[in-house]
Design a protein around this ligand. Structure first.
Ligand code: FAD
Length: 478
């Protein structure tokens, strides 16, 4: 284990530990996870870079406030079980968050080690350590079933089994309330299972986390679309004392380009759902067909765009162009995803924007017309505004196009429960602290409230909602 007596100066001299991963040339031929994870030795060494700051600035960057220095210290001391226990005090999905959280925007942004080196990339690799601890527990640890209090006889319906719904289910069940999760799809996990690809988040990990909930006695009903099988009023009439809406942002946005309805044009949601959830990567062994493409254009610069582009490579495309209207610096995707896409051969067409799609005589897409862009002053999002350069149009030959420019809230619940107030984007309005909606006994959180956001923010809202559901059920006061 590491020397406890290392001075801060000595700790600062230790470089960030790289996580071993599959070589790019190999990994584009399979869907296995790209990074292998830290070994024990690497994890202990990385943990020894932490300065154990008294005021723990990293915690303020974590939406669920994990005691980061404490869990890292436990790793440095080789006390891996203890480190998972500390993480799980506030985060029930560490193996997932360790893999997909935008750490460079959150905890690692505040790390004093990164600040000393004037580079967030040189911060303590908190996410990789979180992943190590969670994986270690799954493989070797004494995974304890979270404690559940005696039955209160109260019943809670959770709509949607994404990170928000799963978090609420765990925290409410802990207090002894009965929990039923209603999930529209045939598998649990929301975007974690249908959106984020296997090579970034193995589905077995999501299923293990869900198994813990089942062990606690949470019931999950699949193929159960609320708004179709029951309305929220019907759930309340059936004796549920509270309802949590965690239905996410599953409605794909389009660009409204000429030619967008040509054959071969997919929303990222459809493309990724076919590939991931319906395992089109092993067609014809599985029943799901997907385009066998040669030249693919992906429009967008977020995680969804990177996932689509990297999936297209793994499905055998020869050229995958990622068309993004700003520069690499403004891309909203996690840095690691951009680096991985780049290394795998995704061709970045930066400062370019699609203006139309052209098809052949059979109605299949064959070209994308794009225009070059330059950057102006920052816009409302804080990123520099892209401005088209007149007369700079050009065309690229493609046979598949994937639109990955974001998602909007799923409209079914607001449509079937009009007494739940929504904002102009169709997101449910919920009190920031209690996550109460305008409808008595109904709470909401995650992407359906935030608009397309992140796993950890969805979980953070889930925690707040669960706390106020538990209070509501105890006091009966709305
Ligand atoms: C491709 C992709 C990649 C992403 N990558 C990252 C990343 O790297 N890091 C990160 O932090 N975030 C990422 N995100 C965003 C993140 O996944 C979401 O912010 C998060 O999953 C939101 O959680 P949620 O629980 O609110 O909703 P969701 O995960 O969307 O889950 C909602 C669930 O509700 C179900 N549902 C919907 N309507 C109904 C209904 N009427 N009845 C019953 N069930 C219903 C859905 O089937 C779904 O299972 C990504 C998103 C996508 C699409």
């Amino acid at each position: 284990m590491t020397d406890k007596n290392l001075s801060p100066k000595e700790r600062l001299k230790i470089p960030p530990q790289e996580m071993p991963e599959q070589e790019p040339a190999d990994r584009i031929n399979n869907v296995d996870e790209v990074p292998f994870g830290y070994t024990k030795e690497l994890a202990v060494k990385e943990a020894s870079r932490c300065l154990q700051c008294k005021n723990k600035p990293c915690i303020k960057g974590c939406p669920v406030e994990i005691d980061i220095p404490e869990f890292i210290n436990a790793i440095a001391e080789g006390n891996f079980n203890e480190s998972v226990r500390i993480i799980k005090e506030t985060n029930i999905l560490p193996a997932i968050c360790g893999r997909v959280c935008p750490q460079e925007e959150q905890c690692q942004r505040f790390c004093v080690v990164g600040k000393s080196h004037k580079s967030v990339e040189k911060a303590v690799q908190i996410g990789k350590l979180e992943r190590f601890a969670a994986d270690w527990e799954m493989e070797n640890g004494e995974s304890e079933k979270p404690e559940v209090k005696g039955s209160t006889g109260k019943r809670v319906a959770v709509i949607g089994s994404g990170p928000a719904g799963l978090t609420v289910a765990a925290d409410v069940r802990r207090e002894g309330h009965d929990v039923t999760v209603f999930e529209a799809l045939h598998k649990p996990g929301g975007v974690l299972i249908y959106g984020i690809p296997e090579f970034r988040l193995p589905k077995s990990i999501v299923m293990k986390e869900v198994d813990n909930l089942k062990k606690m006695g949470v019931e999950i009903l699949y193929n159960s679309v609320i708004g179709k099988i029951y309305s929220i009023d019907e759930l309340l009439d059936k004796g549920y004392d509270a309802v949590f809406v965690g239905t996410g942002a599953g409605l794909p946005n389009f660009l409204n380009l000429p030619g967008e309805n040509l054959n071969g044009v997919y929303s990222a949601n459809e493309y990724l759902t076919r590939a991931n959830l319906m395992k089109a990567y092993s067609f014809p062994e599985t029943d799901t067909p997907i385009a066998r493409s040669k030249n693919v254009a992906v429009f967008g610069g977020g995680n969804v765009a990177m996932d689509s582009a990297r999936t297209a490579l793994r499905l055998g495309a020869e050229n995958v162009y990622l068309v993004y209207r700003r520069s690499r610096k403004e891309m909203p995707a996690r840095v690691e995803e951009v680096e991985h896409a780049d290394a795998e051969g995704v061709q970045f067409l930066l400062l370019q924007n699609p203006v139309g799609l052209l098809g052949d005589e059979d109605g299949w897409v064959k070209q994308a017309e794009c225009i070059k862009m330059e950057l102006g002053e920052p816009d409302d999002s804080g990123r520099r505004r892209p401005i088209p350069i007149k007369g700079s149009e050009f065309r690229i030959d493609i046979d598949t196009c994937i639109i990955a420019i974001g998602n909007s809230s799923n409209p079914l619940i607001p449509d079937t429960s009009p007494d739940i107030e929504t904002n102009r984007w169709g997101n449910i309005i919920a009190d920031e602290e209690t996550m109460k909606t305008s409808k008595k006994s109904v709470f909401a959180g995650g992407d359906i409230v935030l608009g397309a956001a992140t796993v950890i923010l969805a979980m953070g809202q889930g925690r707040k909602a669960a706390e106020s559901i538990n209070k509501y059920l105890e006091s009966g006061q709305w």
